[in-house]
Design a protein around this ligand. Structure first.
Ligand code: HEM
Length: 405
């Protein structure tokens, strides 16, 4: 197939209706037609084979700082324009390592397990708040759970969580969308400023009265001789929101949709809840909440047999990699007992998702909690709607119904 026949640019993002409703046939065409596509419209090379994606993400020399990308490339134009302090996602060594070390302690598997009870309580409280048998699973359940969990981890007072969630939702909307409307940009920027001011206030409150939360941890690290400036703490707090909330909401939403779409798999999970860990990995593989990550060529590179110049954007399609038939037998089948569920949904290498263990635990607890409370949960006629935010795959609404016990 020639590149002319393959979709490029916006047609490869959730802004396009066909891609938004089902990206997988489009990504499969790309993978078999040209697994390294030069997407000139958006100034990037798009990689869709599992092995190329894996190799790029794990290449420790490639860059992530958009300021190093060539002018006109995707990364430079869409991620490099902010005057704000970059988060670790967009940093290179040695700054990346230093920051990651400073915030990583609470995200290890053992540290995350200590949050299990709090997460279970949060899930139960959110379930208690659902008042009707027919409800929007995103607004009533999958949305609130991760925001409340991260707010608690940051030590934010319960009374401020609603406002915090509203700002976070509005500012996240523009974070990965290069095509935001002027109104969305304006609203997003205002919410972003409000959040920054809010975090600055939280930081000074914790300086006066430290606790056992994440913000206090970062301040303590600063006090122990590391140079973590206030602006850096604010940037990391923002990253935890941007990187952690929408993605976990999408995992719970996409995962529940996969289960309701495949009643045999749902029945298996109900019959044997110990399958939940494997089921969540399969949900991450089958319908990845983050569709793309990327790096910048730090040299002349050649992944998948295509030479690419220094400074160019390498866009790795995690969604395509996770459905590569060369790696996964029958990749479009959702199978919670799949033997090999390893996937690229959390990226890889130096920038491997810091919140992976937290996201997994939240999704496991949330999905089992929901199934327990609703023994006959099913799709409602009111349907679902996918979000049009590039980089993410998730729903803005997903109506379900069932009698609760
Ligand atoms: C299902 C939920 C999630 C998914 C699918 C996801 C996915 C990702 C991906 C694809 C990356 C980029 C990795 C790369 O380029 O190699 C990333 C980075 C990151 N994620 Fe997540 N994420 C999720 C939840 C979370 C949560 C809950 C948090 C924290 C509260 C979090 C914090 C981060 C951070 C801090 C980074 C940047 C790491 C770095 O640059 O070193 N994520 N995530």
């Amino acid at each position: 197939m020639s590149d002319d026949e393959l979709p490029t640019g916006v047609a490869l993002t959730a802004l396009d209706e066909a891609f938004r409703s089902d990206p997988y046939p489009i990504l499969a065409r790309l993978r078999s037609g040209n697994p390294v596509l030069h997407d000139e419209a958006l100034g990037r090379y798009v990689y869709t084979s599992h092995d190329d994606v894996k190799a790029i993400l794990r290449d420790k020399d490639l860059w992530s700082d958009p300021r190093k990308a060539n002018p006109g490339t995707f990364t430079r134009e869409f991620l490099g324009s902010s005057d704000e302090e970059p988060s670790m996602l967009l940093m290179d060594e040695p700054d990346h390592r230093r920051l990651r070390m400073l915030v990583s302690r609470p995200f290890t598997p053992a540290a995350v397990q200590r949050w299990r009870t709090q997460i279970e309580e949060t899930v139960e409280a959110v379930l208690d708040g659902i008042g009707t048998d027919e409800f929007d699973l995103i607004a009533e359940f999958a949305g609130p759970v991760p925001t409340i969990v991260i707010a608690r981890m940051l030590g934010i007072d319960e009374s401020k969580v609603e406002t915090f969630k509203a700002w976070s939702d509005t500012s996240v909307k523009i974070a990965f969308n290069p095509f935001s409307s002027p109104e969305e940009l304006e609203a997003g920027q205002q919410a972003g400023e409000a959040l920054n001011a809010f975090f600055a206030g939280e930081i000074s409150a914790r300086r006066a009265d430290p606790g056992s939360d994440l913000i206090s941890d970062m301040i303590r690290a600063e006090a122990e001789g590391e140079t973590l400036a206030e602006s850096e703490i604010i940037a990391q707090c923002n990253l935890l929101l941007v990187a952690g909330n929408v993605t976990t909401t999408d995992l719970i939403g996409n995962g529940m949709k996969a289960l309701l779409d495949h009643p045999d798999q749902l029945a298996k999970l109900r019959a044997d809840p110990t399958l939940i860990e494997n089921a969540v990995e399969e949900m991450l593989r089958f319908d990845s909440p983050v569709t793309n990550s990327g790096r910048i060529a730090n040299r002349e590179v050649d992944f998948g047999g295509c030479p690419v110049h220094q400074g160019e954007s390498l866009s790795t399609s995690l969604a395509a990699a996770n459905r590569d038939p060369a790696v996964y037998p029958d990749p479009d089948r959702f199978d919670i007992e799949r033997a090999d569920t390893h996937h690229q949904a959390f990226g890889g290498g130096r920038h491997l998702c810091l919140g992976a263990h937290l996201a997994r635990l939240e999704a496991q607890v949330a999905i089992l909690g929901l199934l327990d409370r609703y023994p006959n949960l099913e799709h409602s006629d009111r349907g679902f709607r996918y979000a049009s935010v590039p980089t993410f795959r998730g729903m803005t609404e997903f109506w379900v119904r069932g009698e609760r016990v």
